[in-house]
Design a protein around this ligand. Structure first.
Ligand code: CTP
Length: 411
C-alpha cells in the first residue's frame, strides 16, 4: 500500500479525479487530495474528503496546516504524486519551478515519482510553450498519461481530453510496482481449448474459454515481459502481446509451441489441449447406422515433450502446467508435475461451478518445488498475478542454476 498525493487542478476533467481517487483506494492505496484554488470551482473539496477520508489540502496558508510545515512533511512521506487533470498552467509552473501554491510547492519539495495526466484544449496541448514544458518535465523523469482524443468540453474535437481514470490508475500501478523479474523475459502462454475436427463441419472440443490463459498473458504483459500467446479458438480479445498465434488443433499448437520454446525463458501451458483426436474425414460423415464409432489417436503431449527436451539439455525455459481435474486434484496434479518434469503445476478443480472453465473466478493449488500452496477463490486476473509471483521465484532460482552451468533436472 502506498501513500499517494493526488493533485487536482482547475480543468473540466477534475470530476474524473474523483474516480482516480477511488480506483487508487480500491488497489489498497491511501490518497491525499491536494486541490488548487481553481479546482475547487469544478469539484467541491468535500467530495474528495468523503472519498479519501482525509483532510483535503486546498490552500498553502490555511490556519493549522503549517504547524508541521505540511508541504514538506507530505513531500517526504508520499510514494507518488499524481496530478490529474494537469492544466497548461500547472504544467508551466512545475516545469519552471514556480511554487506559489501547495501543489506546486509539493512538487518542488518531493523526491517521489511524479505522474501527470494533462488535459486541455487541443491547440493549447500542441502549443510550443506547453510542448517545451512537457519536454522539460519528461527530461526530469516525470511520467505522463497521454490525453485522449475526442470531443472536448470546449466543443472542439481533438487531443486534450483527460485520460480515463482506469488508465491513470494503471499507470500509477506500473510506477509503484517494483521492477518485475519478468521484465524483458520471453514468456510463452498457451490458452483456450483445441478443436479436433472429425469431418469438415464437426469437431471434438472442450469447455475451456481461454480466460485463465489470457489473464496470465495480460499479467505477463503488464509486468513488462515479451509475451507470445498461442491461443486455441476463443472469442476473447488478446492482450498487447508481442505475438499472438491462433491455432485450432493440438497438432497445430504442438508445432507452434515447439518451434518457439527454445527461445523462451518461461512457458506456461494454460491451454486445455485435447489428448485424443479423430482422423478427419474429407467429406461430411452421413447418418447411417444406430451407432457411430470414432477412432481417436493420442495427440502429442506438448508440455511432456518440453519437459523431456529440457531434461536432456543444460538449458531450457521455466515450465508451468495446469492440471484440470474433477477428482483427486492434489495427487493427480502432483503426479503430472513429476511425469512431465515441470517446475509448477496449477491444479484446477474444474468440477466447481465458481472455478475452472468459462467463469471469471478461479481457485487453484500451486504445486512447486517447495510443496503445495492453495490460492483461494478470486478473479482470474488476481490468480494470474499470484501465479506469476511464483513463476518469478522459480525464474530467480532457475537463473542462478543456469549461471552455474548445472543441469536443470527437476522432478
Ligand atoms: N497438455 C499438453 N499437451 C497435451 C495435453 C495436455 O501440453 N496433449 C498440457 C496442458 O496444457 C496442461 C497439462 O498438460 O498444462 C496437463 O493437462 P491435463 O489435460 O490436465 O493432463 P493430461 O496430461 O492431458 O492428462 P489427463 O487428461 O489424463 O488428466
Amino acid at each position: 500500500m502506498a501513500l499517494i498525493a493526488l493533485g487536482v487542478t482547475g480543468g473540466i476533467g477534475a470530476y474524473k479525479a474523483v474516480e482516480v481517487a477511488r480506483g487508487l483506494q480500491k488497489r489498497g492505496h491511501d490518497v491525499v487530495a491536494v486541490m488548487t484554488h481553481s479546482a475547487t470551482k469544478f469539484v467541491g473539496a468535500v467530495t474528495f474528503e468523503a472519498i479519501t477520508r482525509r483532510r483535503v489540502i486546498t490552500d498553502q496558508f490555511e490556519t493549522g496546516a503549517n504547524s508541521d510545515i505540511e508541504h514538506i512533511a507530505l513531500a517526504s512521506t508520499i510514494d507518488l504524486l499524481i496530478v490529474a487533470p494537469a492544466t497548461a498552467n500547472v504544467i508551466g509552473k512545475l516545469a519552471n519551478g514556480i511554487a506559489d501554491d501547495f501543489l506546486s510547492t509539493l512538487y518542488t519539495a518531493t523526491r517521489a515519482p511524479v505522474l501527470l495526466a494533462p488535459a486541455m484544449n487541443t491547440n493549447m496541448f500542441a502549443h510550443e510553450a506547453v510542448r517545451k514544458n512537457l519536454d522539460t518535465l519528461a527530461a526530469r523523469g516525470v511520467r505522463f498519461v497521454e490525453p485522449g482524443e475526442g470531443y472536448l468540453a470546449c466543443g472542439w474535437i481533438g487531443k486534450g481530453r483527460l485520460a480515463e481514470p482506469d488508465e491513470i490508475v494503471a499507470a500509477a500501478d506500473v510506477i509503484l510496482r517494483p521492477a518485475s523479474p519478468l521484465r524483458g523475459q520471453k514468456v510463452l502462454v498457451t490458452a483456450g481449448p483445441t478443436y479436433e475436427d472429425f469431418d469438415p463441419v464437426r469437431f471434438i472440443g472442450n469447455r475451456s474459454s481461454g480466460k485463465m490463459g489470457y489473464a496470465v498473458a495480460a499479467e505477463a504483459v503488464r509486468r513488462g515481459a515479451n509475451v507470445t500467446l498461442i491461443s486455441g479458438p476463443t472469442s476473447l480479445e488478446p492482450p498487447a502481446a508481442r505475438e499472438v498465434v491462433q491455432v485450432r488443433t493440438a497438432a497445430e499448437m504442438h508445432r507452434a509451441v515447439m518451434s518457439r520454446a527454445g527461445q523462451m525463458d518461461v512457458v506456461i501451458m494454460a491451454a486445455a489441449v485435447a489428448d485424443y483426436a479423430p482422423q478427419r474425414a474429407p467429406q461430411k460423415v452421413q447418418k447411417g447406422a444406430d451407432t457411430l464409432t470414432l477412432v481417436l489417436h493420442k495427440t502429442p503431449d506438448i508440455l511432456g515433450d518440453l519437459g523431456h527436451r529440457r531434461l536432456s539439455s543444460a538449458k531450457g525455459p521455466v515450465l508451468v502446467g495446469f492440471a484440470a481435474e474433477t477428482e483427486n486434484l492434489l495427487a493427480r496434479a502432483a503426479e503430472k508435475r513429476a511425469k512431465k518434469h515441470v517446475d509448477l503445476i496449477i491444479a484446477n478443480d474444474v468440477a466447481r461451478s465458481d472455478a475452472g472453465f468459462d467463469v471469471d473466478t478461479n481457485a487453484v493449488i500451486v504445486i512447486g518445488p517447495d510443496g503445495s500452496e492453495p490460492l483461494p477463490l478470486q478473479s482470474k486476473a488476481r490468480i494470474a498475478s499470484d501465479i506469476l509471483d511464483r513463476v518469478e521465484r522459480v525464474l530467480a532460482a532457475h537463473g542462478s542454476r543456469t549461471d552455474q552451468g548445472t543441469s536443470q533436472v527437476r522432478g
